[in-house]
Design a protein around this ligand. Sequence first.
Ligand code: NAP
Length: 254
Amino acid sequence: MTKTAIITGASSGLGLEFVKLFAKDGYNLVVIARNEEKLLEIKQSYPNITVTVIPKDLSKPNAINEVIQEMNAQNIKVDVLVNNAGFGLLGSFESLSIEQQLNMIQLNVSSLTELTYRLLPDLRMSKSGKILNVASTAAFQPGPNMAVYYATKAFVLSFSEALAEELIDDAITVTTLCPGATKTNFSSVANVENTIMFSNAMSSEVVAEQGYHSLMQGKRVVITGGFNKIGAMAAKFLPRKTAAKIAKLVMKEN
Ligand SMILES: NC(=O)c1ccc[n+]([C@@H]2O[C@H](COP(=O)([O-])OP(=O)(O)OC[C@H]3O[C@@H](n4cnc5c(N)ncnc54)[C@H](OP(=O)(O)O)[C@@H]3O)[C@@H](O)[C@H]2O)c1
């Protein structure tokens, strides 16, 4: 029977790359993002699979409820969940708008958590349920001038690793993808295009492929790129204060 994957943030960047990888393997798709036009383009591009388009702003508190209602109305069950939608913002905590930072927590943390909770029964029924949560190398240390973003990604990593262990006997795997700087719309949305960190960003195709293969293999955590792996390892051994100072430095203008 054809399997179904649900992908949040499917309209661009890593999410769009995940769409291509799942479609190539014959999965039916549920695609979610705010940009309906882009989601309809995906549907048109893949006439041989079923693509269900759910345009939704996942930073709204009732959004996941509405997504689940729509899926129930269409009797859609999923085998794979990709929690990918997210955004960051560069700037001191005080200088950024509190509304935008709370929206970020709602999208990067609360919606991811709620969608996972609400879809776990489907994933259990699937007998080969898989979850891919997109965190970041930001998860490994505090991030001055992107304080809330880094904290949201630390949540995603910690939550996902704990859930993977809870579900170890249930045949549901949870994989956390931790990309470093990657060429997508993320950098212009976050206003980090001219930072040292983004001076050598990886291609979104390569990052998504690594995430996809790790998901299919049921790996726990994948950090993309050799340099990012070393950085994440170093953050484990450095004092947190030093790691925070380095994170602050790499987010400076190049
Ligand atoms: N690129 C990087 O350097 C990098 C590094 C580490 C981690 N990440 C993570 O990778 C994930 C994907 O980001 P990306 O790099 O592919 O950036 P992107 O190209 O900006 O894609 C972000 C996706 O999330 C969707 N999205 C944003 N706000 C949304 C909202 N309120 N409701 C629903 N969907 C929303 C966007 O669609 P709409 O605008 O149509 O809503 C888009 O499809 C994010 O979680 C990001 O934190 C990225």
